[in-house]
Design a protein around this ligand. Structure first.
Ligand code: PBG
Length: 329
């Protein structure tokens, strides 16, 4: 037998020499859920490793993450019901508390990379990422609002903006708006291939942002998020985002879509991000807590698979857990 692949697995020393993929703390992005108030740290019941936190607690959390080597954060706001309306007007309000929180965070931690969320769903009383008119999510009017949100977020100090809405043409509109205001250094991490997935459930619980039940409101996001059956469409979305000026192409969710991560990685010259979404993290966490899987092994294996498929930026609710593990190794 000339070929014995096991020779390269014979010891730790040899195994590490032939290891192709390495998960490093620099790959990890920590999600943060912001709520109004003080001293609030609410565990999310369907996503027990994540919390809704007021700004003061978020500052503590960022400090802890920094000590573990995490320096990238993506923040989402939970907006109180009385501030929501059909036009999602609070998204463009000058005294939006998400924007002032970003300012405080960046003053305190100037060297972190703070990533925003651009979409109307946290602010919309209809619970959609765009404006709903006559039972339809209108594209171009929504894009105008998203571009205005982008300017406010750039002014507040966000380093990279994350359009998660899946409207057509929004990357170009946001890029032009940013450049017009001299924010040419503010990046765009585009949710390029965001599928209409059942795995966003815990996130919508966390932010109370699901589409409302009303006969005049579409009850799902199928008219803008992608069909899980499609692959070619991801290529089209990626071509458009690349052309329109995105700095990262994101695939979301991650695990059921590793083939999409791979195909975008192999065909496009800009970095790939993957969102290991709430439902994916929740089910892994649940299996580990039940003693069905070993968390210490299953979590890093999972994230390694996302990296191996081709993503260098990984948003996961396990960032802190894995950063701690990497540090102790
Ligand atoms: C909405 C948004 C969603 C997530 C991020 N931004 C949910 C949705 O599209 O309904 C999901 C993230 C997760 O599940 O962790 N703009």
């Amino acid at each position: 037998m000339y070929r014995r692949p096991r020779r390269n697995r014979v010891s730790n020393a040899v195994r590490s020499m032939v290891q192709e993929t390495q998960l490093v703390v620099g790959n990890l992005i920590q999600p943060l859920f912001l709520v109004e108030g003080n001293n609030v740290k609410d565990q999310i019941s369907s996503l027990p490793m994540a919390y809704r936190m007021s700004l003061d607690m978020i500052l503590v959390e960022i400090g802890e993450c920094r000590n573990l080597g995490i320096d990238k954060f993506i923040m989402f706001p939970k907006i109180n019901d009385e501030l929501k309306d059909k036009e999602a007007s609070y998204a463009l309000s000058e005294d939006n508390y998400y924007l002032s929180a970003a300012q405080t965070i960046k003053d305190r931690f100037p060297d972190i990379c703070l990533i925003s969320d651009i979409a109307l769903d946290p602010y919309s009383s209809d619970g959609h990422d765009g404006i709903v008119r006559d039972g339809k999510i209108v594209n171009d009017e929504t894009v105008e609002k998203l571009a205005s949100m982008a300017i406010l977020q750039a002014k507040a100090g966000f380093d990279i903006l994350g359009p998660s809405d899946m409207m057509d043409g929004r990357i170009a509109a946001i890029r032009v708006a940013l450049d017009d205001e001299s924010f040419e250094d503010v990046g765009i991490m585009s949710y390029t291939a965001k599928y209409a997935s059942a795995y966003y459930g815990p996130f919508r619980d966390a932010l109370d942002s699901a589409p409302v039940e009303d006969d005049n409101i579409p009850k799902d996001k199928l008219s803008y998020q992608m069909n899980p059956a499609n692959n070619k469409e991801a290529m089209l979305e990626a071509e458009l985002d690349l052309m329109e000026g995105a700095d990262f192409l994101m695939v979301k969710p991650a695990l059921n879509y590793l083939d999409i991560i791979k195909v975008l990685h192999d065909n496009f010259e800009i970095p790939i991000a993957a969102y290991h979404v709430s439902g994916e993290c929740a089910m892994l966490y649940a299996a580990c807590k039940n003693g069905w899987l070993n968390m210490e092994k299953a979590v890093p294996e999972t994230l390694l698979s996302i990296k191996r498929a081709g993503a260098s930026a990984i948003i996961t609710y396990f960032s802190k857990y894995v950063a701690d593990q990497l540090k102790r190794r």
